[in-house]
Design a protein around this ligand. Sequence first.
Ligand code: SF4
Ligand code: SF4
Length: 345
Amino acid sequence: MLYRVIDASELPSLVSAFLETYEVIAPVKSGMSHAYSTVESFEEIALDYTTTITPLKKLFLPVRETLLTFDTETNDVTEYSEPVAPRVVFGAHACDINALNSLDLVFRDGPYPDPYYTARRNATLIVGISCMPTDTCFCHLWGSDEARFGYDLFLQDIGGKYLVSISSVEAANILEAACSPREATDEERAEFRHVTRRRQEAFNKEIPDIQEVAMLMDAFHSDPFWEELGGRCLSCTACASACPTCYCFDIRDVRTPDGKHGSRERVWDCCMNPQFAVVAGGHNFRPDGRNRVRHRMYHKLNGFLATHDRMLCVGCGRCVRACKANINPIEVLKFFERKGADDAE
Ligand code: SF4
Ligand code: SF4
């Protein structure tokens, strides 16, 4: 990994350089919050944002997309692929980069890469930026507060300057041409350590730091807590839509009114949808909120870890804000904390 320092005043030049060749997608102000959106200039970007409403996944796994089209009279099938223009996501936080790294494991790096996702991922440069946690952030508990890979440039704010981690030649060439990157001085390296420590100290200390979560998910699998937590669920699916790592989808064949043509569509779906686990014959494997909420938390905090060696939750806190019934991983951590206190009595 190569590290260089640039002045904050050089960021507009960097964005302008990207704009010459790439579509630039960045956090912008959207009502009371922020959202990723295509921008035309540096001035539109809000780099001091907290968390965007919707996650990065929508850029790689759209809410709805056509996979193929077909003709029922000729039996012809046409593979469908939308051209993806080169683009840059400018200003992604570490948790969102880590979420993308998890999606890569599922859609790009497995035995059957998803060509639609992979085409979008390959066409996209990622420029990350450091942030400070809000009250609902707990990325540090899973080690997602730092992006070790999955980006092309990462900008660490060290006060009027950025320490830039460079991990791709393509982005390095643009940085070199647009800015005057220089080697970090000892003072700048020391400042990097200070800001990292300040960020660690800024996390909400009321969120319990439970390290053995995956094991506890197994140990308390049958606890009445899941009935209480799941019983509140409204099945609105807002948690999964907001989550940067929920990736389940449904496949539907949609035909024209005359039935002669059609398309195969992929649309977001999720395990919080009451119909999600219905199989032929009408049996529902997860018929109630208890089973659905427990399943979702289990996948986030245990199941994915077993198969991919990392938590599927990155602690971004989006579901904490999205769920009107206060169902989220923090509530699970608090439950484990209470259990620990009960056992100690
Ligand atoms: S489960 Fe919640 S906190 Fe974890 S990654 Fe998803 S939205 Fe973020
Ligand atoms: S857990 Fe919350 S956000 Fe998710 S479906 Fe249930 S009520 Fe909606």
